[in-house]
Design a protein around this ligand. Structure first.
Ligand SMILES: Cc1ncc(COP(=O)(O)O)c(C=O)c1O
Length: 391
């Protein structure tokens, strides 16, 4: 028995060694986040270009103080660090209802449901809603959590080329009649390319082919649209998105996720969505913080404008230096190509106090390794120029 385990461990180690050689080894770094987009790593202070704290909320110490000051007694149930049960048993604390109420008000009184994370949402929603008589059409660059959801469910799924709605329409025309229901699933702002889907065009397609539209706004809620309600709202089609998913772990500086939908869909998910049913609910302290920052974030127009301007400037700097980039958002990729080359480039930035890492396959397609500059409203225009000076 022990021999078998030893052999197993040796095989795993050989596999890991191969990753190291290819420049694809992933490691866990110990990083201390500090306020205002700073981070400490190995005793050195960096400007953080690798967090998804887009609105600078996670690092906003004043905001944190204001939140805790609302509760003079640390013993209040509102600051409890565990819900100690599934939402379906005793874990559905009143903080859930309050947060879902805020969300519902932000999204024209549609129904809201909160989950433990965007990952939970994506591996749970489609497998609950789509059956073996259904088809799911998914953008090729959709996030791993969406892909895992496709794999976990019973529905057939096909992927269309990234943002290629002509191909998507061809698939719909060919296949729609053979399935009871067809689902279209896309990110709104794509996590690795920073480009955006034309959601109005997707809404047209979903109407024409009687499909259900699911949009993951993980990288656009808080950042885009009126009061930070996301890209679908910016494009004026939020009400036509059947299931609109947002996360709290990125722009909102908290943890958890939510979906906006019709009340019938909400009730169905409560009864069928396994990552909602079979997991411990979020702690009240987290739900209350999410509710607090969600409300604060609606008024952060200046931060949103600053974030947008920095994204535009950084892309301009990359292009001025003859470097490839893409998209049009707070996610600014510097496309390098090779894995080792990308790692070497990351090293150069790290040496100069810029915290940015190489993103390699399988996170992105082979040959498209990149540095993903993930901007935060807490960064300054000078930080962007510092990056430019290192190109
Ligand atoms: C598009 C997208 N959806 C979902 C998730 C997962 O969200 P969470 O971090 O809340 O699990 C991510 C996270 O990286 C993402 O990029």
């Amino acid at each position: 028995m022990e021999q078998a385990i030893d052999n197993f461990a040796a095989e795993l180690a050989a596999d890991t060694a191969q990753l190291r050689e290819a420049g694809r080894l992933r490691i866990l770094r110990e990083i201390v986040p500090a306020s205002n987009a700073a981070a400490e790593w190995n005793g050195k202070i960096f400007r953080n270009f690798s967090s998804n704290d887009y609105m600078g909320i996670a690092g906003d110490v004043e905001l944190r103080r204001e939140f805790y000051a609302q509760y003079p007694d640390a013993g209040t149930p509102e600051l409890a660090q565990s819900s100690a049960s599934s939402r379906l048993l005793t874990g559905n604390t009143p903080a859930y209802a309050r947060l879902e109420q805020t969300l519902s008000e932000l999204y024209h009184h549609r129904s809201a449901l909160v989950f433990n994370s965007g990952y939970h949402a994506n591996i749970g929603i489609l497998p609950a809603l789509a059956t073996s008589r259904d088809l799911i059409l998914s953008d090729k660059l959709n996030h791993a959590s969406i892909i895992d959801g496709l794999r976990l469910g019973d529905a057939e799924f096909k992927r269309y080329r990234h943002l290629d709605f002509e191909q998507l329409e061809k698939m719909l025309a060919e296949k729609r009649a053979a399935y009871r229901r067809v689902f279209l699933v896309t990110e709104s702002v794509f996590s690795m390319d920073g480009d955006a889907a034309d959601l109005a065009a997707l809404v047209e397609l979903k109407r024409k082919y009687d499909a259900v539209l699911v949009v993951d706004e993980a990288h656009s809620v808080g950042v885009r649209g009126p009061s930070g309600t996301g890209l679908a709202a910016e494009q004026g089609v939020a009400d036509a998105v059947d299931v609109l998913i947002g996360t709290f772990g990125k722009a909102f500086g908290s943890t958890g996720a939510f979906a906006i939908m019709a009340p019938e869909v909400r009730e169905y998910l409560i009864n069928h969505m396994r990552p909602l049913i079979f997991t411990t609910g979020l702690p009240p302290v987290v739900l209350n913080w999410s509710n607090f920052v969600l409300k604060k974030c609606t008024a952060m127009e200046e931060r949103r404008a600053h974030l947008r301007a920095m994204g535009t400037r950084l892309r301009e700097l990359f292009r001025e230096h003859g470097m490839a980039t893409c998209g049009d958002s707070q996610i600014v990729p510097l496309l390098v190509g090779g894995d080792l080359e990308t790692c070497a480039m990351a090293e150069r930035f790290l040496e100069h106090g810029i915290l940015v890492f190489a993103i390699r396959p399988p996170t992105v397609p082979r040959g498209t390794s990149r540095l993903r500059f993930s901007l935060s409203a807490a960064l300054s225009d000078d930080d962007i120029e510092t990056v430019g000076a290192l190109l």
